[in-house]
Design a protein around this ligand. Structure first.
Ligand code: CU
Length: 131
């Protein structure tokens, strides 16, 4: 009985594992076409802006701050420091999103975070500030 359970669990793990892999795989493939069709339909804009930051905590904070009304996608890469935004320009402006990010302590291309807010960031998040 015990062995059966183990086999079932092992099988489940394999099935689930390959499933999520397939989904991830499909997702990346579909992503391009999705973005394109979305652009045609709802006239969304894809924009990449530089946002200064350090780690995963920064990523969470930056992406959370970016997701204002009209933003359908916000992905920040801690290595490249690039934030990819997909948003509806009729609802929100890039500047508004950048202001939100600056408000939580992160410098963007156009807006600088308040020194006081920056000072309150976690030690690991103290990125090197732009001049
Ligand atoms: Cu951080």
């Amino acid at each position: 009985m015990k062995t059966v359970k183990i086999i079932i669990i092992a099988l489940l793990a394999v099935v689930l594992g390959s499933n999520s892999y397939a989904q991830m795989h499909d997702h990346s493939k579909m992503d391009m076409s999705k973005t394109n069709s979305k652009m045609d339909m709802a006239s969304t804009k894809t924009e990449t802006i530089k946002v200064w930051g350090e780690c995963e905590t920064c990523q969470v904070t930056i992406e959370k701050a970016s997701k204002v009304d009209g933003v359908s996608k916000a992905n920040w890469d801690k290595t490249t420091k690039l934030l990819t935004l997909v948003y509806d320009p009729s609802k929100v402006k890039s500047d508004d999103i950048q202001k939100k990010i600056a408000a939580v302590g992160y410098d963007t291309e156009k807006y600088k975070a308040d020194d006081k807010v920056y000072a309150k960031l976690n030690a690991c998040c103290k990125y090197e500030r732009k001049k």
